[in-house]
Design a protein around this ligand. Structure first.
Ligand code: CP
Length: 306
């Protein structure tokens, strides 16, 4: 089954195949399924980029997108996630994309749902397609990952982007530096070394800022936005210390003048909008893999036999 729950479950070969496929789509590559494909995007948390770029990817591939609005669904009447997905499977949906606030929500579905499930973000857990689009953006810039230093800066503990990226970048041969306020360090993430922000910015080929995940915090942040920016953000002064040819990434949404100075968002070093563009191509690659895998498994279309 070609689910995509985390990148940890994919080999380096599979990750490179997805990046190569995404690159082909970015250059106008064309692929169409041999039969109609129906997909549903189940977003139980807010999203602009991930939801819209999945839908763009699905439409570019010629898929039929079945509308699903969590607030108007029977989840509001107490239906479980499992029963919701099982229902969509029963009516003929061929794949689902899910974002959910619960870490590893997919464990309840892994062994019982027969259609591919693509994780569009689970709580503080993983965000595999964000990570793939970050990898594609880095590879387009530097050609490879080995030998690069990537600094991931901000709310490390609550970030599914940090968790997905640190693991896969380490596996691909990059060195990961973390920088964060003390209370947002993640002792459970072994893939990065903590340094102060000035060291992180000065040593990195890729400076990746993270949004403060207020919605996952038990307590209110003890700093004002201005204080956070000055102590832990990419200020204009810090950006001047970046290495030649180094780039800025951010998964977005961006809080301008908090984790990054507003004028840096669209600066020459920034690849933030390139990341979003690449999001469509990696999602096309992931959806193609899901549907091809289902066809290869021989159960894509249950044909009526007489
Ligand atoms: N980067 C990202 O996941 O953005 P959205 O929350 O807008 O989808």
């Amino acid at each position: 089954m070609t689910h995509l729950f985390t990148l940890t479950e994919l080999s380096i070969t599979e990750i490179n195949q997805l990046l190569d496929e995404a690159e082909r789509f970015s250059k106008g590559g064309y692929w169409k399924a041999t039969e109609p494909v129906f997909v549903a995007n189940l977003f139980f948390e807010p999203s602009t980029r991930t939801k819209c770029s999945f839908e763009m990817a699905e439409r570019k591939l010629g898929f039929h997108v079945i509308p699903f609005d969590a607030d108007m669904s029977s989840v509001q009447k107490g239906e479980t996630l499992y029963d919701t997905v099982r229902t969509l499977e029963s009516i003929g949906v061929n794949a689902v994309v899910i974002r959910h606030s619960e870490d590893a929500y997919f464990e309840a579905l892994r062994h019982s749902i027969r259609i591919p499930i693509i994780n569009a973000g689970d709580g503080c857990g993983h965000h595999p397609t964000q990570s793939l689009l970050d990898l594609l953006t880095i590879r387009q810039e530097f050609g490879a990952f080995a030998g690069l230093t990537v600094a991931i800066i901000g709310d490390i503990r609550h970030s599914r982007v940090a968790r997905s990226n640190a693991e896969v970048l380490t596996r691909l041969g990059a060195k990961v530096l973390f920088s964060s306020p003390e209370e947002w360090k993640d002792d459970a993430n072994p893939y990065g070394m903590y340094v102060d922000i000035d060291t992180a910015v000065a040593e990195a080929d890729v400076v990746m800022l993270l949004r403060i995940q207020h919605e996952r915090h038990a307590e209110k942040m003890g700093l004002t936005k201005e204080q956070y920016h000055e102590r832990y953000g990419l200020t204009l002064k810090r950006a001047r210390k970046m290495k030649a040819n180094s780039i800025i990434l951010h998964p977005a949404p961006v809080n301008r003048d908090v984790e990054i100075a507003s004028s840096l968002v669209e600066s020459e070093r920034s690849r933030i909008f390139k990341q979003m563009e690449n999001g469509v191509y990696v999602r096309m690659a992931v959806l193609k893999r899901a549907i091809e895998g289902r066809m290869a498994n021989g159960n894509y279309f249950e044909k009526w036999q007489v």
